[in-house]
Design a protein around this ligand. Structure first.
Ligand SMILES: [Zn+2]
Length: 481
């Protein structure tokens, strides 16, 4: 471990000492069922924002603001449904210090005991034998949000000066598409966020269960639909089979040309846009704690396309993939219905990576699919369109914030973290990078098996408490970088 260690032991000891208070603060947050996707619980999302304002006030934050985002656009049952506010706050305002923005979200996924939870999802259950905290939002994302507040409390009780100016941005619609957030960030970029030099997001997870990670890349996603339309209504195959051009046959023909069974994308030109693998990047994969067995366990099968760790991770993180998702309008029930669907819509998406240009990708995809359909000589109508796109993100794992987070992780966990990417996307990452023009660091607290959107969501106490130490330590190292 070749770096100058900062004397952070008193901070870590204070965090250990405050553990019971920190657990009880998280318990209070979990008790508020701030489910953004359930309109009937919207008052609880507001209650959660008020809870945070109270906590920020108690901790001595300045300029606390609740940013009103107006009425939620359709589809909604209540046309006057208010969006929950974005909670902003500032801790410290010293021009000699760096200013770090931390983002988190205070809304959660829905959860019902009947879904299969072992305990009430909104009553935190501390399994003391395993030292695990169960409850909706424990790891996603109330644990990390509360973690930042805990770090400030620890400094206050120690009488330590806070190493940076901290700006918090907590949103209440993350699990429901982050409505209003992009606009707010753009609007405040030169106002509330004007001094921000770095953004840290703690809203993802370790790759596995034992080794801390820092995340420096996310794939993007371009989602398409292919529409094939023929007869004016669904028809019976006993009457029309063999005498009419069937949309489903055309659709399947076209979809089958996009990707092969080994995962190769067959659309020409996409591979050429992928950034070449450098030696430095390739080496990062060597250390990563991951195995084919872990993939099999996560997938619930032994159907991996790759037989070694590095290939699996590269194909998950740094190469594009094309997945066929479904066919709208097709017969999908059980039994033997003899329908000829009149109109079918095939859905597929491409996970994108550096340096795929989104618009160029659309052009390649449209051109190829249209050519494939034309080859069929079908009288049916064909259309392909983009439903939505989100760009990929990649940062420099050797920059100041990643190196600061790496040192803090080593102090706390006694191990060099893995530098990982994710195959999915966290759109807010790009928004901050683009609007504020600063580096973003993804610094996860929880483990890969926390069950963020599933039943029995949990956060290990060790991840919570060591997570607080890591967040705090990171700010100290970053301040000195
Ligand atoms: Zn989250």
């Amino acid at each position: 471990m070749s770096y100058d260690k900062l004397p952070l032991e008193p901070l870590f000891a204070k965090i250990d000492e405050l553990k019971p208070q920190f657990i009880s603060r998280l318990e209070k947050a979990i008790a508020i069922p701030s489910v953004s996707g359930d309109e009937s619980l919207r008052p609880k999302v507001f209650e959660m924002s008020a809870f945070l304002v109270q906590e920020l006030t108690n901790l001595g934050f300045d300029d606390i603001q609740l940013k009103d985002l107006g009425i939620q656009p359709p589809p909604v049952n209540d046309p006057k449904l208010q969006l929950p506010p974005i909670v902003l706050g500032k801790y410290g305002n010293d021009p000699a210090k760096k200013t770090v923005l931390v983002y988190g979200h205070y809304d959660v996924q829905p959860a019902l005991k009947e879904d299969g939870w072992a305990t009430e999802p909104f009553t935190m259950y501390h399994d003391t034998a395993k030292d695990i905290l169960y409850g909706r939002g424990s790891t996603d994302d109330k644990g990390p949000v509360i973690g930042w507040l805990n770090v400030i409390q620890a400094h206050r009780e120690l009488g330590w000066e806070f190493p940076v100016n901290l700006v918090v941005c907590f949103e209440g619609m993350e699990e429901s598409g982050s409505l209003g957030l992009d606009e707010l960030v753009a609007k405040e970029a030169k106002q509330y966020f004007k001094d921000v030099e770095q953004v840290t997001i703690s809203d993802n997870y370790w790759l596995g269960t034992t080794k801390p990670v820092l995340t420096y890349g996310l794939r993007g996603c371009n989602y398409y639909q292919v529409i094939v339309e023929g007869p004016g209504a669904d028809l019976h195959s006993g009457i029309f089979g063999g005498i009419i051009a069937e949309p489903m046959t055309d659709l399947i023909k076209v979809l089958s040309t996009l990707v092969d069974s080994s995962g190769q994308i067959l659309i020409p030109g996409i591979k050429d846009m992928v950034a070449p693998l450098t030696d430095k990047e390739d080496k990062l994969y060597d250390a990563i704690d991951f195995s084919v067995e872990e993939l099999n366990a996560a997938a619930g099968s032994k159907t991996s396309l790759h037989d070694n760790k590095k290939d699996i991770l590269k194909h998950r993180w740094r190469y594009p993939s094309l997945s066929l998702h479904g066919i709208e309008g097709a017969f999908s029930g059980s039994g033997a219905k003899t329908v000829i669907p009149a109109k079918v819509i095939g859905k597929f998406s491409i996970r994108t990576v550096p340096n795929i240009e989104s618009k160029k990708l659309d052009e390649l995809v449209f051109k190829f699919a249209e050519e494939q359909f034309a080859k069929l000589g079908s009288p049916n109508k064909f259309k392909i369109e983009l439903i939505h796109d989100g760009n990929y993100w990649v940062s420099d794992p050797f920059n100041a914030s990643f190196q600061a987070a790496s040192k803090a992780t080593q102090d706390v966990w006694n191990i060099v973290p893995d530098f990982t990417r994710e195959g999915g996307s966290i759109p807010i990452t790009l928004t901050f990078e683009k609007e504020l023009g600063v580096d973003v660091l993804l610094l996860p607290m929880g483990r890969g098996d926390d069950g963020a959107h599933s039943i029995n969501e949990k956060l290990d106490v060790s991840n919570y408490i060591n997570g607080c130490k890591t967040l705090g330590g990171y700010l100290h190292y970053y301040a000195k970088a």
